[in-house]
Design a protein around this ligand. Structure first.
Ligand SMILES: [Zn+2]
Length: 230
């Protein structure tokens, strides 16, 4: 694929989950999984790391707190994300998911957050289900006074018609997932803050494939954009 010419500031970010075992949690130990990331050898180009915190209701990623410790040891900016469960079999309460996610952010003292909106495990969600869940999650999260990135792809967002039904999403920053050379920004956004451009990235210090994103700004301006203003 073609990566656009870099003219100004650009920063590189990776996001991790249980796909990159921490090697330290009870789950990893039980499964005999070795750590996928050598934090001391992480490519210095990676200035921020997004860590999966939770998914749906009542599920914290077992590697979450260990990944957070690794990011901090490596002195990178830390973003936590929640994977929104809308409807796989039965619908899941999105406002309650937001409340649980906020509690995890508070526990780990994390300031920067994202919500992952995609169709995997949400295959049975109708556009109405998706609208209600994303709306409720954003509204519930907003009451905590924190900033939030919305991670989604144009095909999934527009497939659920959210580009038409959820104009209030423009109050949140977009983390766009689009592996095409010329990324398409779905309405209501006009631009993205972060762009996940590669789902099979290679990064020094990380074993196996990893998601890579970039932002056309400085780390300081990225974090400022994620800092609550109210
Ligand atoms: Zn683990």
């Amino acid at each position: 694929m073609t990566i656009p010419t870099i003219e100004a500031n650009v920063i590189e970010v990776m996001d991790i989950s249980g796909n990159q075992p921490c090697g330290e949690c009870s789950h990893c130990k039980h499964e005999g999984l070795e750590a996928a990331i050598d934090w001391d050898k992480l490519d210095p180009a990676i200035v921020a790391v997004a860590v999966k915190a939770s998914e749906g209701l009542n599920y914290e990623d077992p590697c979450f707190r260990f990944h957070c410790a690794g990011v901090r040891r490596a002195a990178r900016a830390l973003i936590a994300y929640h994977y929104l469960r809308i409807r796989h079999t039965t619908p899941q309460d999105a406002a309650a998911q937001a409340a649980q996610f906020v509690a995890l952010l508070a526990r780990e003292k994390i300031e920067y957050a994202a919500v992952d909106v995609e169709t995997k495990f949400n295959e049975h969600a109708t556009p109405e289900d998706a609208h209600e869940a994303v709306h409720d999650f954003l509204a519930s999260f907003a009451t905590y006074g924190a900033a939030l990135l919305v991670y989604t792809s144009p095909g999934e967002w527009e497939g659920w018609n959210l580009h038409v039904t959820l104009p209030q999403a423009s109050a949140f920053q977009l983390w766009l997932a689009d592996y095409e050379a010329h990324a398409h920004v779905p309405p209501p956004w006009k631009s993205f803050l972060l762009w996940q451009y590669d789902g099979k990235g290679k990064i020094d210090g990380v074993r196996g494939d990893v998601d890579r994103s970039r932002s056309y700004c400085t780390l300081i301006s990225l974090l400022e954009a994620l800092t609550p203003t109210g």
